[in-house]
Design a protein around this ligand. Structure first.
Ligand SMILES: [Zn+2]
Length: 350
């Protein structure tokens, strides 16, 4: 009797902590295995106001790895935000191995006030201040919390962007090799499975964990395979752009064995080895002559700028041959502003 008694006690003692471990919580969002939970990452007030970042935890019925999906650091890159909103509904815990943590809208003030590029509370881009500071401005405090609560606890990360209100962008992804073979193999598998047909090879990124700047790079320097994907442009939420991001995510999750079924990797993407900025040294009115995705030769005219009296004051020409990744979507142009970004095709696939 005493033998069975102690055995029963042992089973209970082991089973309770295991059960408790499999609940997953981020901020006030918490989900038991097989459940979804919603809540907020609560960024406390500091030198400026507090803010709440929506979080969804989808805890799979089967245990596994943790994937973080983050969008809306730029709160008017709408296609990426809407794509993650769709995934909140489409991802079924019963189908899922592991856990997905979604942050669909990091920069709520930007979304609400329709302010592109920055957090209007402190004027900072919410993808340039990682790993953040607990005593900094709102962007830095939010970045600090995302680093602690999401980056530190995930195994893989995908950061979603797109053309902002004033950017006409064709879809592309970033793959940033670290030189660590095992990690780079997984991140490359993720970016190929995601399936966007143009991939920028992003080298020479910050390696100091205290100054990683970008979200994906923060995960990457901590050994977590991470990619960035971009689709959508100029305030639009087109079905094709959203579908690219939703299907790409599901395919990447299949490659990571978090969902059943086969991934559908892109076989021969266009690899881009660098991005060349074309900026205006004049203020005025911009008139484009090419479109997002146009392939241009070196010297080709991309557009022109007039003063407010209609006189042409600048002809913007391509300094290199390549593909127009994005160009200015609106006539407003300040001195020093970006007119276009050209992706230069890599000589060899990596
Ligand atoms: Zn962005």
């Amino acid at each position: 009797m005493s033998f069975f008694g102690s055995r029963l006690l042992l089973v209970v003692a082991v089973a309770l902590p295991l059960h408790a471990q499999s609940r997953f919580s981020v901020g006030s969002a918490s989900a038991a295995p097989g459940q979804k939970g919603t809540g907020y990452l609560e960024v406390p007030a500091g030198v400026d106001a507090s803010t709440n970042i929506p979080v969804i935890v989808i805890n799979g019925a089967t245990p596994g790895r943790v994937l973080a999906l983050v969008s809306g650091a730029h709160g008017t890159e709408y296609s990426s935000i809407i794509a993650l909103e769709k995934l909140i509904t489409e991802l079924e815990p019963a189908q899922l191995s592991g856990t997905v943590v979604l942050l669909p809208l990091v920069n709520l003030p930007s979304f609400e006030q329709k302010v592109p590029h920055v957090n209007p509370v402190d004027g900072k881009s919410m993808n340039r201040f990682y790993p953040g500071k607990s005593d900094g401005t709102q962007t830095e405090r939010a970045s600090y919390l995302i680093t602690k609560e999401v980056v530190d606890r995930c195994d893989y990360l995908i950061d979603y962007h797109g053309g902002d209100l004033d950017e006409s962008l064709r879809p592309y992804a970033y793959w940033a090799p670290t030189g660590k073979e095992a990690q780079d193999r997984v991140s490359k598998e993720m970016v190929l499975a995601f399936g966007l047909d143009h991939i920028i090879i992003w080298r020479d990124r910050p390696t100091d964990p205290a100054a990683t700047r970008y979200l994906d790079n923060t995960a990457s320097v901590h050994g977590k395979p991470s990619i960035v994907v971009e689709a959508g442009y100029a305030g639009t939420t087109e079905t094709d752009d959203i579908a690219l991001l939703v299907r790409g995510t599901l395919s990447a999750m299949r490659a990571l064995k978090m969902l059943p079924g086969e991934a559908h990797p892109i076989e021969n993407p266009v690899w881009l080895e660098k991005i060349v900025d074309v900026n205006s040294d004049q203020e005025g009115i911009f008139y484009p002559l090419v479109k997002r995705g146009t392939y241009v030769a070196a010297g080709m005219k991309l557009g022109y700028v007039t003063d407010f009296f209609g006189k042409v004051i600048l002809e913007a020409r391509a300094p290199v041959a390549g593909v127009i990744l994005h160009l200015d979507a609106v006539p407003s142009l300040k001195k020093g502003e970006n007119i276009a970004n050209i992706g230069v095709v890599a000589a060899h696939a990596p």
